[in-house]
Design a protein around this ligand. Structure first.
Ligand SMILES: [Zn+2]
Length: 126
């Protein structure tokens, strides 16, 4: 049984495939799109913004990815939304946050529609 892993760009689950039999350890991206969109400074800033915003709130409160996008770029935040969601998924992979919809934790790889982000420690304690 080979464990699945998460894409270093979008944070989605990468399912093991036969074609990766020999180089699974080197697989880092879920696909070509993510390989081309390697992480930039903005991606790191978004990830830091999520952590910072959450740490400034009550332990169990949630934030919207748009708040992190706004914190990084006040005017161009809308264009950063896909990257903000990627940053949130990477933080889920790092066990730092959980992604919720309707007050329930959801799988970040498959969640569609608006999401909220909560601190993993605060959420699991409730
Ligand atoms: Zn990916």
């Amino acid at each position: 049984m080979i464990e699945s892993k998460n894409c270093v760009v979008c944070g989605r689950t990468i399912e093991w495939r036969k074609k990766w039999e020999r180089n699974w350890d080197d697989v880092r991206y879920c696909g070509e799109k993510c390989r081309r969109n390697r992480r930039t400074d903005v991606d790191h800033e978004l990830q830091a913004a999520i952590v910072e915003l959450l740490s400034a709130r009550a332990r169990t409160s949630t934030i919207c990815p748009s708040e992190a996008a706004r914190a990084v770029d006040r005017d161009g935040w809308r264009g950063l939304m896909p990257q903000a969601r990627n940053a949130a998924r990477r933080l889920v992979d790092a066990d730092q946050v959980v992604i919720t919809q309707g007050g329930k934790v959801v799988d970040p790889s498959t969640a569609k529609g608006p999401i909220r982000i909560a601190r993993a420690s605060g959420w699991n304690a409730t």
